[in-house]
Design a protein around this ligand. Structure first.
Ligand code: ADP
Ligand code: MG
Length: 404
């Protein structure tokens, strides 16, 4: 069933209403406590603009870092309120409480179009514990709940699910924000109604973390391209030597099973870039997958594989990419990821739908300056992975169904 989103709510639903809005302001801070990247704050601006323009009164909730249920000044949201004030061009009040009387008082005195930000939800252990008392306290702050924090949607916390349930019990509604709605639309459409051929690219470090994604994508995708360290476990399944490469010995049988099941749908690398160590780029060389020597480790996909992958992307109607194809953090082993990212950007240019999920994958395309060359780059790392696995995310499941 489709979920209610902010797109479905008219001005009359919002004007003068207090809207408890869960956002993902989990921004990186430098050692001076300054915000080093405000992408996540900017990503919420469409929702905040829409709420303000309609005269809603906005109460913002977010977590930041892992304060483990205790106040920690180094993880205060105060600097975020200051940055948001600059971005919105109007004052955002900061209330140094996570809920309770002071928060209710502040929420109650908001005027139409005004915004306040409460302190880090995770300063209270009740958030991650999904404590009903905290959920009720948060629900008292507003007339409507909006969740725009896709990155936290795979967690059942008081600020993501408990508050929504409490609101609904009180006859109020819970809706997806505009960023959340965009995530659901692009990830959902890529998985459920892909324009074909549908090509999935999976990389990253471990098969074990992505096995459910492989299983979920195999029946849907026309091709599944494998890179990154997980390719090594497939090499082992073919009986090949892998030197010192990262391998998951307890997943070799599983990899063999997937190869049998998938036939030529599953494409594993033909060649790799190997080196003796990550910091020994002098020893780097390209070899066939059947020629990984003793003492060497596979750290990137080779040029034959890159070209093969690019050929698949050139024909694709939809591409879903999760996981870098090599150790992209090291320039000597970044070429595979970069080549494929560029081929994917070109595919977007000729009309393919291209979606990137996964925290490190998003970081890789950002470093390459390509982030705006894809149809959609998910803001949720773990959440996008669980979505691709076909799991129901609690923060989404709890939202009100769309009426009519
Ligand atoms: P995402 O966050 O996009 O889901 P992962 O967390 O699964 O991606 O994997 C990213 C990590 O995988 C990167 O830090 C990268 O260095 C590592 N990686 C990729 N290829 C290899 C390889 N051949 N050997 C070791 N690590 C690799
Ligand atoms: Mg990762």
């Amino acid at each position: 069933m489709a979920k209610l989103t902010l797109h479905d709510l008219g001005d009359a639903d919002l004007r003068g209403r207090r809207v408890v809005t869960r956002v993902d302001f989990n921004v990186p801070l430098d050692d001076q406590g300054r915000i080093s990247d405000d992408t996540r704050i900017r990503a919420t601006l469409p929702t905040l603009d829409r709420l303000r323009e309609t005269g809603a009164r906005v109460v913002l909730l977010s977590h930041l870092g892992r304060p483990k249920g205790k106040p920690n000044p180094a993880m205060s949201l105060r600097p975020v309120a200051e940055r948001l004030t600059e971005l919105l061009g109007r004052r955002v009040d900061f209330v140094p409480e996570t809920s309770g009387a002071a928060a209710e008082q502040a929420a109650g005195s908001l005027g139409d179009g005004e915004v306040l930000l409460l302190e880090n939800t995770r300063f209270d252990a009740g958030d991650e514990a999904n404590d009903p008392a905290i959920s009720e306290a948060l629900a008292r702050l507003g007339d409507l709940y909006v969740n725009d924090a896709f990155g936290a949607a795979h967690r059942a916390h008081a600020s993501t699910t408990g508050v929504a349930e409490a609101m609904k019990r009180g006859g109020k509604r819970a809706a997806a924000g505009l960023l959340m709605a965009q995530e659901l639309e692009y990830l959902g459409r890529a998985l459920d109604q892909p324009r074909r051929p549908f090509v999935a690219i999976l990389g990253g470090s471990k098969i074990s973390g992505k096995i459910d994604v492989i299983r979920a994508l195999l029946p849907r995708a026309d091709r599944l391209l494998i890179g990154g360290a997980m390719a090594n476990t497939f090499f082992r399944a073919l009986g090949l030597a892998t030197g010192d490469s990262l391998v998951e010995p307890d997943r070799v049988e599983l990899a063999a099973e997937l190869l049998r099941e998938a036939g030529d749908k599953l494409v594993i690398p033909e060649d790799v870039v190997v080196a003796r160590a990550l910091d020994d780029s002098g020893s780097a060389q390209t070899v066939g997958r059947d020629a990984i020597g003793d003492g060497f480790r596979a750290l990137d996909v080779g040029p034959v594989t890159r070209t093969r992958f690019a050929g698949e992307l050139a024909r694709a109607g939809t591409v879903l990419w999760n996981g870098p194809l090599g150790v992209f953090e090291e320039p000597a082993f970044a070429a595979g990821t970069e080549f494929v990212a560029r081929a994917l950007a070109e595919a977007t240019g000729r009309g393919a739908v291209t979606v990137i999920g996964g925290g490190d994958s998003a970081a890789a395309v950002a470093v390459l300056g390509l982030a705006d060359r894809f149809t959609h780059v998910s803001t949720g790392g773990g959440a996008s992975l669980e979505f691709m696995e076909g799991k129901e995310l609690p923060g989404i499941a709890v939202l009100s169904d769309r009426e009519g």
